[in-house]
Design a protein around this ligand. Structure first.
Ligand code: FES
Length: 574
């Protein structure tokens, strides 16, 4: 079949299950062979449940259970649910980095929605890459869709103190390397920090993307913050099952929801919560799928007028469980509502303004007011300059204020292996005033732009009591990480960006207030270096990796594939 629309106003799935011919026979027989009677599916909206459950993705390991609650809601509303698996990308186990496969997962989601007899889809996600990949695929397919994440984990607790994953794993790893805690103490945190279903419970990438899904209008209210272990996550899943049937009946598609205005709302949310730098890349890719250009400079424009009001780790003190009890994403949005486009349609069938009309903040320490923010500006700012002609980012709210304007001598590592081999050597020529530079960790050089951007401090500096210094790379950084870390330097070093020309001893200027990142080397010297620069050897000569390397865009294009931008129209009803 080419066009899954029979042209008389019936459901898309009717094209499969309606015709009294051989194809219709086979489609109906395929369901009957699973024990579904014809009355259970015939004439009803068919709702796909795209499930990224996997035991290789611990954050999504409870999604099979949530799928049962979605099914209950779909059936109660008069729909017919069909669950199917997608690729699942977990941050802990996927090598070299889950980001290498995000676009592959988005293609899986898009093509399954398009190829299958689905009138609508509920997207079950959670871990960092799974939510953006689901959103990218659904926007491209443009069939009615609702995102249901598995929600955040409960707070970790170790010896009476709250622990946030993985901000505090990183913080204590530094203390272990500095000799301030023992290996046994560090080991004992393993079961204390990850103690419940769900994704990392600081304002990292998964939490940022869950909140963005809700703000942009692709999740029901509550979707961003209800903990994975809370019974209300199950109720929320059931409500999503009911809501998707309603969306199909109303014909509300992702293209009605994802607009330049709703993207701006999502950016405002990200900035107001001090969210993950990774979300910039994912939002740019999602916007690109909807045909919306989103230059890095636009994030910076909005950052200057968006106060950061959320007091969550890694930039603040609290955790996602606290945010849920304080009122959740809706409460944050109500606080920044003067900055939002409130008329945007959402998957409730109502506008964002209607969704948050009754939202209340229950804890002003967690969600501050616009008048009393944690920071006057948004949590992330964009930089540019001779070291990053197409941009770079810094999460200045998680940096050391005294380092935000800094000039230092470059200490260069050619790639991650070089860093690993030399960072702790006694003869490394480095002081706390230097700038650590890591090359070849971008989208192509990484490959996959790994989260290597939070370079470890040299052990000898840690042992002197230091905990932060300026670090610069073309890599990403986990949304749970922190420090004075400049990321996403574009163009990346592996394709000849200026980062690839930096040598030990060069002076580098970071001027965050003026949004500058400059390599203080004269043009003639840079030209001399460029003339002898050699690109690193290709990482792949076949398969997905080769396709990835040939088509991946730089960070300012969301690291999407060039051929995936825009969407293929799918008719629903006429
Ligand atoms: Fe899955 Fe952090 S490891 S969200």
């Amino acid at each position: 079949m080419s066009e899954h629309n029979n042209g008389n106003g019936t459901l898309r799935s009717e094209e499969w299950f309606g015709p009294k011919d051989l194809e219709g026979f086979l489609h109906r027989a395929g369901l009957k062979s699973q024990g579904f009677s014809e009355s259970e599916f015939q004439g009803k909206p068919v709702i796909g449940i795209a499930n990224s459950w996997s035991e290789l993705t611990h954050c999504n390991a409870h999604l099979r259970e949530l799928a049962q609650h979605v099914k209950r809601g779909v059936a109660a509303a008069g729909g017919f649910p069909l669950e199917f698996p997608t690729i699942s990308l977990g941050e802990f186990f996927i090598s070299p980095t889950s980001m290498l496969l995000r676009n592959l997962m988005s293609m899986d989601v898009e093509e399954m929605i398009r190829a299958a007899p689905l009138d609508g889809v509920v997207l079950l996600s959670g871990c960092d890459k799974t939510t953006p990949a689901m959103m990218m695929g659904a926007v491209s397919a443009d069939v009615p869709a609702i995102v249901v994440t598995g929600g955040p984990q409960l707070k970790g607790n170790w010896r009476g103190q709250d622990l946030g994953s993985c901000t505090d794993c990183r913080r204590y790893w530094v203390e272990l390397r500095a000799g301030r805690i023992t290996q046994d103490e560090y080991d004992s945190m393993e079961e204390a920090i990850y103690r419940s279903p769900g994704h990392c419970m600081v304002m990292g990438t998964a939490s940022s993307m869950g909140g963005i899904a809700e703000t942009i209008g692709l999740s029901l209210p509550g979707g961003g913050t209800i903990p994975g272990a809370d019974s209300r996550r199950k109720t929320h899943s059931e409500e999503a099952g009911r809501a998707i049937v309603d969306l199909v009946n109303k014909g509300i598609k992702p293209s009605d929801v994802v607009t330049p205005e709703s993207i701006d709302n999502a950016i405002r949310f990200l900035l107001a919560v001090g969210g993950s730098t990774n979300a910039i890349i994912h939002l740019t890719a999602i916007a690109g799928r909807a045909g919306i250009e989103l230059p890095l400079s636009h994030f910076d424009e909005l950052s200057r007028t968006t106060p950061m009001i959320l007091n969550l780790k890694p930039s603040g003190e609290y955790l996602m469980e606290d945010l849920y009890y304080a009122g959740g994403v809706e409460a944050i949005l109500s606080r920044i509502s003067p900055l939002l486009n409130l008329d945007e349609m959402t998957v409730t069938g109502k506008t964002l303004g209607e969704n948050i009309a009754d939202a209340t903040v229950h804890n002003d320490r967690v969600i501050r007011t616009i008048e009393n923010p944690l920071f006057k500006e948004g949590g992330i700012v964009a930089l540019s300059g001779s070291l990053a002609p197409d941009g770079a980012v810094i999460k200045h709210t998680a940096a050391s204020p005294e380092l935000l304007t800094h000039t230092g001598r470059a200490v260069v590592f050619e790639d991650y292996e070089d860093l690993h081999a030399r960072i702790d050597s006694d003869d490394l020529d480095v002081t706390i005033n230097d700038v650590l530079v890591l090359k070849n960790t971008g989208p192509i050089g990484g490959p996959g732009m790994p989260e290597s951007g939070m370079l470890p401090l040299p052990k000898k500096l840690l042992q002197q009591g230091h905990r932060d210094m300026v670090r610069i790379s073309d890599a990403r950084m986990s949304g749970t990480a922190f420090g004075t870390v400049v990321l996403h330097v574009t163009p990346e070093s592996a394709i000849g960006g200026p980062l690839g020309l930096v040598e030990n001893g060069d002076m580098i200027l970071l001027d965050t207030p003026n949004r500058r990142l400059d390599l203080l080397v004269d043009d003639a010297e840079l030209e001399r270096r460029r003339a002898v620069w050699k690109a690193p050897a290709a990482k792949y000569n076949r398969g997905y990796g080769q396709m990835y390397s040939q088509h991946v865009l730089q960070a300012d294009g969301g690291c999407d594939f060039d051929f995936l931008r825009g969407k293929t129209p799918v008719k629903l009803r006429v």
